[in-house]
Design a protein around this ligand. Structure first.
Ligand code: PNS
Length: 159
């Protein structure tokens, strides 16, 4: 049984993340989508809200996807979950430098864990949670970029 961890901030979950989750769920027996709880950046949605959003959207669609949270080193968490794979999405070359650095550092910390890069659909290649928040904050439409429930929560948050 191969367990993969898909770590991130998911603040908020976008269709780009869901695309990566869908692809990963086809490849691995179990995909644990896990939110980093000790991130330095101040989040828009609390960890509890993000978990709620993700469970609501992912649970009915993907039986082999689990939502969780973690703190500390990702490789320690992966070991705890008996996961041999870390999944990361790469949208463009600009993502690559940071992801490459993280993958090699994680390999140094635990050589038994492999990082697998997934490429989301082209239509999501310019999509990021940061831009979604900025657009929603300034009153623009994020329809088609995030699930409807996320759209609603963003509207509430910024009204
Ligand atoms: O969605 P993000 O913000 O790009 O996700 C970044 C994340 C959570 C994958 C990264 O910050 C992380 O793994 N943090 C945990 C701490 C850690 O293990 N740091 C060393 C990484 S080489």
């Amino acid at each position: 049984m191969t367990t993969a961890i898909y770590p991130g901030s998911f603040d908020p979950l976008t269709f780009g993340h869901i695309d990566v989750i869908e692809r990963s769920a086809r490849l691995f027996d179990l995909v644990v989508v896990s939110i980093l709880t000790n991130a330095q950046k101040a989040p828009l949605f609390t960890v509890e809200e993000r978990i709620e959003i993700m469970n609501e959207i992912l649970k009915p669609r993907f039986p082999n996807v689990e939502v969780d949270r973690f703190h500390g080193l990702l490789v320690d968490y992966a070991r705890e979950k008996k996961a041999k794979v870390i999944v990361r999405g790469i949208r463009a070359i600009s993502d690559y430098e940071y992801e490459f650095q993280m993958a090699l550092m994680n390999r140094r910390l635990n050589p038994e864990i492999e990082t697998v890069f997934m490429v989301p659909a082209e239509k999501y290649s310019y999509l990021s949670s940061r831009l979604v928040k900025e657009i929603a904050h300034l009153g623009g439409s994020v329809a088609g970029l995030v699930p409807e429930s996320v759209e609603k929560r963003l509207k509430q948050r910024f009204k």
